[in-house]
Design a protein around this ligand. Structure first.
Ligand code: NDP
Length: 477
């Protein structure tokens, strides 16, 4: 059965369909999904535009109930939805279930936020005049998401968009339509009026582009590559629309001489290789001071030997496959580039054979890398990390900040002085002390600086900044 697109409250088949393939076993077809056309995208935008006046004035209890019901169903079905996610994306079952729970928590959080909408009342600078400051929805919000968090990223964009009274046109990544279809189905059954949330699965170059080109989309929130992010920005400037971009990272993880070695190794392995290194918050630059360097590299090697890389759904798997062939080629190309640049491939980097045909890659660790190498400057988005040796904390901080990106930044140290200094001086949106660079909470701001992000933060109460626009009203008493 082909899973359809949702346009103006109707499930629409369209004329084409595409297959969702399991990267752990390419013989396993997860499902077939309708491929929307540019015309479907325009119909979805028109439906969202028509639904906006009523939804923007809907009562907070109606919105609360729908978001709350959605949270409850996602959490009740976490094992099944987590399995679907792991099957289509390739992260381990534990990671898939964890991400699904996070999506449920996000809907729960924004169900609560509907009940906490508030403004401000101030005296005017002039006598006998009152001033009210309120937040209003922006209008039709376009949501474009990547493949690496198939349920959490759609959740953290859709939930606040609906909470604050916007209507939505949602285009998930073509590689992983299953989890997105599932949450749209849940929201639809939870009672959303027709046209409030529209799903258009299909090619970015067709469906996504039709969204970018439409004057009727008032805000676009995008997570994905830097190249596509720039297209979103340019098209949004053309239409004078609000836009928010979350793009790549080249996140540093600093290890100082005084670090607890076990804490440092666990955090580094998690940062660099868990979720197959396919997290925008992954660390691919391990910046290590010379007093601990050799012990750290040896301990990383021992730890990496024990990692279980296999089918995402198998019990005991710690690292699943790479998402698809083109990403695998990108990873192996960068491993070749690192060698050519003179870094030493200390561990891993080999293609692996397992019981089923899949995109299995042994995590790779380079040593003797410099921060000028391409493997240290460009986002690889796979299980490939490099160790960069530095003299001391000052050099570590300089190297950590010497990157076009600024999403997440981590340090392993037992020194309060260095931890405090690093928190203040790391040029990143998120800083981790003795923790992996990836792995964030659902109720606090998420986002970066420099080339990693544009616009206000996602998640938590800070999401209101993007999904609302402020009105100031003056009344003569
Ligand atoms: P892409 O930028 O290729 O795709 C992201 C989304 O944009 C997909 O839905 C894609 O559609 C769509 N798209 C592609 N072309 C267009 C277009 N012309 N107009 C509108 N939409 C378009 O990135 P990936 O999904 O391949 O994700 C990997 C990259 O994203 C990495 O570089 C990673 O760092 C970054 N990323 C950043 C995150 C962050 O929070 N900072 C989080 C996750 C990923 P289609 O399905 O057809 O590809």
């Amino acid at each position: 059965m082909v899973q359809k697109n949702l346009i103006d409250g109707e499930w629409i088949a369209g004329s084409e369909a595409f297959r969702n393939i399991n990267p752990s076993d390419t013989n396993d077809v997860v499902g077939e999904y309708a491929r929307a056309s540019a015309e479907d995208a325009r119909a979805a935008i028109a439906a969202a535009k028509a639904a906006f006046p009523a939804w923007s004035r809907s009562g907070i209890l109606e919105r609360h109930a729908i978001l709350r019901k959605t949270a409850d169903e996602i959490l009740a079905r976490k094992d099944e939805l987590g399995k679907l996610l792991s099957r289509e994306e390739g992260k381990t079952l534990a990671e898939g279930i964890g991400e699904t729970v996070r999506a449920g928590q996000i809907f729960d959080f924004f169900a609560g936020e509907c009940l906490r909408l508030a403004g401000e009342v101030l005296p005017s600078a002039r006598p006998n005049i009152g001033v009210e400051i309120t937040r209003e929805p922006v209008g039709v919000v376009g949501i474009i998401t990547p493949w690496n968090f198939p349920i959490a990223i759609p959740a953290w964009k859709i939930a606040p968009a609906l909470c604050y009274g916007n209507t939505v046109v949602f285009k998930p990544a073509e590689l992983v339509p299953g989890s997105s279809w599932a949450i749209v189905d849940i929201l639809h059954r939870a009672g959303l009026p027709k046209g409030v949330l529209n799903l258009v699965m299909g090619k970015g170059s067709v469906v996504g582009q039709a969204m970018l080109d439409s004057p009727d989309i008032h805000a676009i929130t995008f997570t994905g590559s830097t190249g596509t992010g720039k297209r979103v920005a340019l098209a949004s400037v053309e239409h004078n629309r609000k836009y928010q971009l979350e793009m790549g990272g080249k996140n540093p993880f600093v290890v100082l001489d005084d670090a607890d070695l076990n804490v440092a190794v666990e955090a580094a392995v998690n940062s660099a290789f868990f979720s197959t290194g396919q997290r925008c918050t992954a660390s691919s630059r391990l910046i290590v001071t010379e007093g601990i360097h050799d012990r750290f590299v040896a301990a990383m090697g021992e730890r990496m030997k024990g990692l279980v890389i296999d089918d995402a759904l198998k019990a005991g798997t710690q690292i699943g496959p790479v998402v698809d062939e083109s990403q695998l080629n990108q990873d192996t190309d960068y491993i070749a580039i690192g060698r050519q640049e003179g870094a030493k491939l200390a561990f891993g980097g080999e293609l692996l054979k397992r019981d089923t045909p899949g995109f299995y890659l042994q995590p790779a660790l380079f040593t003797e890398a410099t921060n000028a190498m391409r493997i240290s400057r460009e986002e690889i988005f796979g299980p490939v990390a490099s160790v960069i040796r530095v003299k001391d904390y000052d050099e570590a901080l300089t190297v950590a900040n010497d990157t076009p990106f600024g999403l997440s930044s981590g340090i392993a140290t037992t020194s309060l002085k260095h931890a405090t200094h690093f928190k203040r001086n790391a040029e990143a949106g998120m800083v981790m002390v003795n923790l992996p660079t990836a792995g964030v909470d659902f109720h606090v701001p998420f986002g970066g600086r420099k080339g990693s992000s544009h616009g206000s933060r996602e998640q938590g109460r800070y999401a209101a900044e993007f999904y609302t626009t402020v009105k100031t009203a003056y009344t003569l008493a």
